[in-house]
Design a protein around this ligand. Sequence first.
Ligand SMILES: Cc1ncc(COP(=O)(O)O)c(C=O)c1O
Length: 370
Amino acid sequence: MSNMQIPFVDLKLRFEDEKAELLACVERVLSKGHLVMTPEVAELERAVEDYTGARHCIGLNSGTDGLLMALWAAGIRKEDEVITTPVSFVATVGAIVHVGATPVFADVRRDQNIDPAEIEKKITPRTKAIMPVHWTGRMADMDAILNIAERHGLMVVEDSAQSMGSRADGKHGGTFGFAGAISCHPLKNLNAVGDGGMMLTDNDEAAEKVRLYRNHGLESRDSVAIFGINSRLDVLNAEVLKFRLTKLDDIIARRRHNANLYRELIEAPEVFIPEEKDGASDSYVMFIVQAERRDALKAHLAGNGIESLIYYGTPLHLHKAAQRFGYKKGDMPEAERQCDLVLALPHHQHLTEDQVIYVAEHVNGFYGAA
Ligand SMILES: Cc1ncc(COP(=O)(O)O)c(C=O)c1O
């Protein structure tokens, strides 16, 4: 196959694809003359409630704010411990730290998601919550996690930043526990034209608190119920997200098709691709394989015009910022092992079958499996 250039993602292509609709969103919003908390935000929230089955969706500035507010609304405070995974984006742990609580790490399974058996070992009298992450949009083992939470009287707050459109037994990511956070960062499946996020919850009181908190605690223009912050979802983003939500299922179907094709075509036994769990339907925000001699493979792919990325080379417990929690190398053996293997292959809805075949051939070729 002749040489191709395959970028990891291609947001410019997405713009070309949606240019007419996006410009119409800009026109609709700007022509109204109001740009803060107009009805577009509530319309998006209702549409996301319909899509996810959550009783409440609250539009925010980012997924990180969604995590923070979910923990805050769950009553997680100083002295509390929250058990979470070392395999995630830093915001998972940052949110726990910023409500004053202590993150406690539990190692992951081979599929990169938190291992329920490890959670159980980390429970102390101070544990208040479990925060699983549906990493890459792959659903964590929610049955087992909810079972542990129930037996120990713990809350579950889901980092569902990557799982818009992911379901387990028909239930949407972010709707299993007390609350969940969704990210609409440009690299997510439901993406804004910049930062954006949402919190999902079935709890009326939590929803009310977060609705107030994201808007300075304002009940009305001249009445402040609580001191809050400004984490209002942009109106333009709300309008774009409303439009993109109508395309989400199609985007996920295309991503799932490409993921299945990768699975079928990558034959090298040196490359491990986690399976989808029974009953799960994952959204594949990323397609991460675990590959032997990963760095050499990455260089080989780059030499053939294929961009790939390492998500991530350092587990969260070993970052400088986490030193004060006292973890050391060897504490999370599976997560640490995976950090040397993980490689995200190009994976987006505009990737053609030919491009997937080209990438898979070069992966196989590297290991001599072609
Ligand atoms: C697992 C995970 N948690 C939290 C976040 C934070 O979301 P945001 O970038 O919207 O603040 C992200 C997104 O980058 C993420 O991937």
